[in-house]
Ligand binder design. Structure first.
Ligand code: NAP
Length: 245
């Protein structure tokens, strides 16, 4: 284990990309806090897989859009492990509609979880991450492709990209880097659920490598950014999408 005493908090670590990131960071030697919102079984299953592979992890329920719940989760992490070194701001939802058809619930939920949720965790991290820490936020390559119906979702992620660069500057003096990863289409519930097979096939081939991204592809990029080789990357957004945009 290369980081025996370092602690990583992965929001939305229970399923999809977050689960792959949690497992990868555990393999990299981090103690992982697997955050989730509602699906306790999935979170426990991710913890079980990490432990079965010889890693160390705990599940922690907190809705990231709830500032008090996020604060309480950081409190518990500090009590249990003495501090947090890495925050992976992966929790997110995607609801697609044209602007004309976007109702208040679609707008408010995406702003609440994707944007305010990322702000809630970044604010705690800015005050509490140990020196030398890392923050990785999650954007999307749709910020580049600007597909119809993705407007509200992409807008929340554009804001996260801007906050990434600003927070990197604000943390001057703490040796903490702040970056974002912007996946393209990746094989998780968020991307696959409710899409016709032809649309999945078309989007999977939109990149010149002509395959669908896998959660592990994104976990590899996150591992680089929080590992020793990523230490000179700061304030950047890394598009991990096989060259789609
Ligand atoms: P996913 O499979 O739907 O998983 C979402 C995860 O986020 C789950 O662990 C879920 O927890 C958690 N979550 C949802 N709302 C939450 C909340 N309010 N508080 C805490 N956790 C919450 O999604 P994914 O595809 O892995 O996406 C991960 C990130 O990558 C997101 O930020 C997404 O926008 C971004 N992204 C994904 C793709 C893609 O194609 N998949 C492309 C670009 C960007 P529960 O299990 O408890 O519900």
């Amino acid at each position: 284990m290369s980081n025996p005493s370092k602690v990583a908090l992965v929001t939305g670590g229970s399923r999809g990309i977050g689960a792959a990131v949690s497992e990868r960071l555990a393999r990299d030697g981090f103690t992982v806090i697997v955050n989730y919102a509602g699906n306790e079984d999935a979170a426990n299953e991710t913890v079980r897989r990490i432990e079965a592979a010889g890693g160390r992890a705990v599940a922690a329920r907190a809705d990231v859009s709830d500032a008090a719940a996020v604060r309480a989760m950081f409190n518990k992490a500090e009590e249990a492990f003495g501090g947090v070194d890495v925050l992976i701001n992966n929790a997110g939802i995607m609801k697609l509609a044209t602007m004309a058809d976007s109702d208040d619930a679609l707008i408010d939920s995406q702003i609440g979880i994707n944007l305010k949720g990322s702000i809630n965790t970044m604010r705690e991290a800015a005050n509490r991450l140990r020196d030398g820490g890392r923050i990785v936020n999650f954007s999307t390559s749709v910020v580049g492709t600007k597909f119809e119906t993705y407007g509200i979702y992409a807008a929340t992620k554009s804001a996260v990209e801007t906050l990434t660069a600003v927070l990197a500057k604000e943390l001057r003096g703490k040796s903490i880097t702040v970056n974002a990863v912007a996946p393209g289409p990746t094989g998780t519930d968020l991307f696959l659920k409710g899409k016709p097979a032809e649309r999945i096939e078309k989007l999977s081939k939109a990149n010149p490598l002509e395959r669908l991204g896998q959660p592990e592809d994104i976990a590899n990029a996150v591992s680089f950014l929080v590992g020793p080789d990523g230490g000179w990357i700061n304030g950047q957004t890394l598009r991990a999408n096989g060259g789609m945009v």
